[in-house]
Design a protein around this ligand. Structure first.
Ligand code: BDR
Ligand code: CA
Length: 325
């Protein structure tokens, strides 16, 4: 897609790559719809040294010069063992070829400070896409409590009204740092949430993966990385989706084409009290918002085939770019 510079949206991607974070970054980069000012990394799917190294490898392999900053090493309060079930111990394990080592280093500075600096340099212009635990953004708001009024818009993957994936009630990103999510949800940022309600259905299937593989015969790290995640998460027999749910692609697909999603404005809260609901999101569907709880957009439905097409096109293009590198 060729989008004139004047209409490209200025974007910071905060993430914890992560196979679906990888697909989301590929979608953002190849869509041509964004000026991606920075990628900031947070601990989540893996420790920070891994997620930041993965973010850098992705940005570099895709042929971009986007600066990549490391952020929070730990959530605000919650302590948990980094999960290796879906993303492997590196956070971006592959069934074969891996991304080439980056030819540049992480940018100096902390992700949270960098978010504050960049948003303050362009008030009202920068959109944030948060694809991991919200620790970096919560820290940025603590550094600059006026920040929410200066962010153009926030889209995030997390939560869900249909139940959880890491516990019966909670989705991983919000469970990993519910206190950070509570700070962000209580802020005045114009926000749209992409929870499991839609992201569980944001899968690509075997034909899509075959297209990605066929785009680059021989070594194809993109196909092999997605294959690893497919083997771990896309299992019909286990009652899961027929392919890997690429959760984090939803907020980016929405920014590219909002018509792909059905959004309702709801008053959303996140549970921070210890117990079985820790990290779970809840939405008040009554016509009036309870005092002190702002309404945010909540994605409740998606055009699944169209989202899968966008994502597959992006991964095909990513595979070609990496092969040419
Ligand atoms: C979220 O958790 C991570 O495993 C994924 O990268 C995604 O951001 C899905 O619950
Ligand atoms: Ca993620």
């Amino acid at each position: 897609m060729t989008v004139p510079p004047t209409t490209r949206r200025r974007l910071i991607i905060d993430c914890d790559p992560g196979h679906d974070d990888f697909a989301a970054i590929a979608l953002a980069v190849t869509s041509g719809a964004f000026d991606i000012e920075a990628i900031t990394a947070v601990c989540g799917n893996a420790p920070l040294d891994r997620t930041s190294a993965n973010a850098l490898a992705i940005a570099d392999a895709l042929g971009t010069a986007i600066p990549v900053y490391a952020g929070a090493v730990a959530p605000l309060l919650h302590r948990y063992d980094f999960p290796a079930d879906f993303h492997g111990v590196t956070g971006l394990d592959s069934a074969g070829a891996t991304l080439p080592p980056p030819r540049r280093a992480l940018a100096p500075g902390h992700a949270a400070e960098e978010i504050v600096r960049r948003v303050n340099a362009a008030p009202g212009e920068i959109t944030l896409a948060v694809l991991g635990p919200m620790t970096n953004l919560a820290l940025a708001i603590a550094l600059d409590p006026e920040l929410p009024g200066k962010v153009r818009e926030l889209v995030f993957m997390g939560g869900g009204l249909i139940g959880g994936n890491v516990t019966p009630r909670a989705e991983f990103n919000l469970w990993a740092d519910p206190e950070a999510a509570a700070i962000v949800l209580a802020s005045s940022i114009k926000t749209t949430m992409f929870g499991l309600d839609v992201t569980n259905r944001a899968f690509i299937d075997g034909d899509d993966l075959a297209r990605i593989r066929a785009a680059v015969p021989g070594a194809n790290p993109v196909a092999d990385i997605i294959q690893f995640y497919t083997d771990r998460s896309g299992d019909v027999a286990a009652g899961r989706a027929p392919g890997p749910a690429l959760h984090d692609t939803c907020p980016l697909a929405f920014l590219v084409d909002p018509a792909l999603f059905t959004i309702e404005q709801l008053a959303v809260t996140v549970e921070t009290a210890p117990g079985p609901h820790y990290g779970a999101t809840d939405a008040d569907r009554r016509a009036w918002a309870p005092q002190g709880v702002a309404r945010i957009g909540v994605a409740l439905d998606l055009d699944r085939p169209a989202v899968a097409r966008h994502v597959t096109d992006a991964l095909v293009e990513a595979a070609r770019r990496i092969a040419k590198r």
